[in-house]
Design a protein around this ligand. Sequence first.
Ligand SMILES: O=C(CO)COP(=O)(O)O
Length: 138
Amino acid sequence: MNIALIAHDDKKSSIIGFAIAYKHILEKHTLYATGTTGKLISDETGLAIHRFQSGPIGGDQQIGALIATNDMDMVIFFRDPLTAQPHEPDVSALMRLCDVFQIPLATNLASAELFIHGLERGDFHWRNVIKTKKDREG
Ligand SMILES: O=C(CO)COP(=O)(O)O
């Protein structure tokens, strides 16, 4: 599965803790992240992560582009609901695309915990079915 990890600044320590706790699950998947989140997680965990630009300069949009081609299977985005973001339109666009393409989106630790356990259990296998169908139909 292709999984995007993103966190606003106030949530970075939280996503690092999440990645440390679930490294044994995350390492079985292909990980993507916005620039700073990806650097911090890979520094702390050693996980291999494809890093895009930092969020405020286009990283959210780069991840959105993968969602738009149905190539992203899950987005874990620890948002900071209490701080205004200069790139709020990009954040909204990313979440909107998740809804357009039915991509599982967890926006906080509590839902991310459910996602990661579901991932381990195989609850997201339907994504492989959809992608296989897309590959067949071109
Ligand atoms: O701003 C972000 C998401 O909107 C996250 O970007 P960074 O991971 O580069 O801090």
